[in-house]
Design a protein around this ligand. Structure first.
Ligand SMILES: NC(=O)c1ccc[n+]([C@@H]2O[C@H](COP(=O)([O-])OP(=O)(O)OC[C@H]3O[C@@H](n4cnc5c(N)ncnc54)[C@H](O)[C@@H]3O)[C@@H](O)[C@H]2O)c1
Length: 251
């Protein structure tokens, strides 16, 4: 599998699943635009020092203006946008629905759902100019089922699946494939943060038990699936919601 001479945007590329995917895409020959609201230069340095091509573009995906500027800047730097992994996101607040504030609800929807819409919109505009591309959105096992104390996250991630299907329908005949990965629990800084909350810890054994493989994932295991979906090997795959979840949704 080669992604040589492809330019691929990775949002949330500074940490966890995004950083692992950026490294993996670069190892397959892609030029990677690492997008994050926080500094991601260490991931860029790591890729560059192992001979890959990567550049950092700072943007908050919840801002339509910043996403438009970021996609324009990537296209100007690399000449085109061939692929995108819309992955930036924030975790749930670990509260039952009736204790969520409007601000907590709005934040999850703004970043985890509107962020994906903003990226899809401007990536599609760029890709339509050059004849097409491939996009993968990060949804979640919680795009299909719920756990306690995660209403805002569950709602946003269900929306990401809806957006993925809608975008696949809009662009299927115009050369853009759009798919989603649905990770189970992945060992990343996000999960380390969530795990500090007693409300999550109370349910963690039950959540692990739902993974038929009996363990959580490593970020590179998600990166492998994303890279395949972005490659020509997945040329007939669009509108798919690919569970990469150790059997979480099968249980
Ligand atoms: N870790 C898991 O168990 C798990 C499971 C299913 C889905 N996911 C999803 O995978 C994605 C990545 O999660 P992770 O576990 O790697 O988390 P992480 O916290 O390790 O990384 C998320 C990255 O996104 C960036 N980010 C956050 N808000 C942003 C914004 N507004 N604009 C741009 N960048 C922003 C952060 O700075 C960080 O670098 C998220 O969408 C998450 O919901 C994670």
């Amino acid at each position: 599998m080669s992604l040589k001479s492809r330019t691929i945007i990775v949002t949330g590329g500074g940490s966890g699943i995004g950083a692992a995917t950026a490294r993996h895409l670069a190892s397959l020959g892609a030029s990677v635009a690492i997008v994050d609201v926080a500094d991601a230069s260490s991931v860029v340095d790591e890729i560059s020092s192992s001979g890959g091509v990567a550049e950092f573009f700072r943007a908050d995906v919840s801002s339509s203006v910043q996403v438009e500027e970021m996609v324009d800047a990537v296209a100007a730097r690399f000449g085109r946008v061939d692929g995108a992994f819309n992955n930036a996101g924030v975790e749930q607040c670990n509260l039952p629905l009736h204790e969520l504030t409007s601000a907590q609800w709005d934040r999850a929807i703004r970043i985890d759902l509107t962020g994906v819409f903003n990226c899809l919109k401007y990536e599609a505009i760029a890709m339509l100019k050059t004849g097409g591309g491939a996009i993968v959105n990060t949804a979640s096992g919680l795009s299909k089922v719920a756990i306690p104390n995660a209403a805002e996250y569950v709602a946003a991630k269900h929306g990401v699946v809806g957006l993925t299907l809608a975008a696949a329908a809009d662009y299927g005949r115009r050369g853009i494939r759009v798919n989603a990965v649905l990770p189970g629990v992945v060992n990343t800084p996000m999960i380390m943060r969530v795990s500090r909350d007693p409300e999550f810890v109370e349910h963690v054994d039950a959540i692990r038990d739902r993974h038929l493989l009996g363990r959580f994932a490593e970020p590179v295991e998600i990166a492998e699936a994303v890279s395949w979906l972005l490659s020509d090997q997945a040329a007939f795959v669009t509108g798919a919601t690919l569970a990469v979840d150790g059997g979480f949704l099968a249980n």
